[in-house]
Design a protein around this ligand. Structure first.
Ligand code: SF4
Length: 318
């Protein structure tokens, strides 16, 4: 992939991180074995229709947190030495499932366990907007003061309540909105997770989601393209012919539109999802990430579009 095509037109987080830390930055992805309240009955039992039982994220489900931390840090150091590159600054990424779904004392222990490694320079916590609440917010505030960087990743997926209901998210837009406002009051940056191509969504909902995120001046965004994975409700719908995934061209057009409507200040942390090779059923084109990102870059160049070119609230931001 020619990264220049994208970095010239999109406000990518990687250069921002490199500047902030003065060198390359990598993450150690962690699974703290906290489960998901949208599956275990705390908030729901069905889970989101696109999510397999193993949950979102790439943590190592069997290893202890300490094993994951040590292995992740060692791997990054060895890889840098092998490639004769600078050792990266490392962030601990609590990624799998819902990483605030536990009692506060336990959360405090596991987050501090990560921070106790001197190589860990920051914390990323991924969760649902309805799995926070005052004690957890206060814990996040304390943690934010310990290291140079802490950000929160919140699943939104779509700004359309009908879609959120259809995909069994178990929360609405207002819930997400309130969580972002609270985080902002505590000066905790938020990255919103968004999925393009959800059932029933068209250019209209894609634009609506981007416009909403621009309106609230979200700090960061992770874009995912919808994938049909095995053992999900979406897979059953796809197998019955009730759901047809977008083509690569549809995704490219939607991604260009989304980025054009986003604020130019928002940091883009991800442009497309990484398919788990074992679970992916459809669409097949998502396997070729380089080609997908190249197509996106080429289409942005062809339309001469940059992130934020169609942002409706740019005047208020600057
Ligand atoms: S996407 Fe997140 S909230 Fe939804 S079922 Fe999976 S782990 Fe739970």
């Amino acid at each position: 992939m020619d990264g220049r095509l994208l970095s010239q037109r999109i406000n990518l987080v990687r250069p921002w991180l490199k500047k902030k830390f003065g060198g390359p930055v990598s993450k150690v992805s962690l699974d703290a074995h906290l489960g998901c309240p949208n599956r275990d009955g705390a908030l729901g039992t069905k889970g989101c229709i696109f999510c397999p039982p193993a949950g979102a994220g790439k943590g190592e489900h069997q290893a202890t947190l300490e094993e994951q931390l040590k292995k992740g840090i060692t791997k990054l150091h060895q890889s840098a030495l092998y490639r004769k590159k600078p050792i990266p600054h490392i962030l601990a990424y609590f990624q799998a499932y819902t990483s605030t779904h536990a009692a506060c004392d336990h959360l405090k222990t596991i987050y501090n366990q990560a921070l106790s490694h001197e190589e860990i320079e920051g914390l990323i916590i991924s969760t649902r907007p309805d799995c926070l609440g005052e004690p957890r917010w206060q814990l996040l505030r304390e943690l934010r003061q310990k290291k140079s960087l802490l950000w929160l990743e919140l699943g939104l997926q779509s700004a359309d309540d009908k879609t959120l209901q259809a995909i069994s998210r178990g929360h609405d837009l207002n819930c997400f909105h309130e969580a972002v406002e609270k985080a902002r009051s505590l000066e905790i940056p938020v990255v919103a997770h968004v999925i393009l191509g959800l059932p029933g969504e068209t250019r209209e909902q894609t634009t609506k989601t981007a416009d909403y995120l621009a309106q609230i001046n979200i700090w960061g965004v992770k874009m995912h393209n919808l994938m049909v994975l095995e053992h999900t409700a979406l897979a059953r719908e796809w197998q019955n012919g009730g759901f047809i995934p977008w083509t690569r061209e549809q995704w490219v057009q939607a991604a260009v539109l989304f980025l054009a409507h986003l604020s130019p200040q928002t940091l883009v942390h991800r442009l497309s999802a990484d398919p788990g090779p074992d679970l992916l059923l459809a669409p097949d084109w998502v396997r070729n990430k380089d080609k997908n990102l190249n197509s996106l870059g080429q289409e942005m160049a062809r339309q001469d579009i940059r992130q934020g070119d169609k942002c409706l609230v740019r005047a208020q931001i600057f």
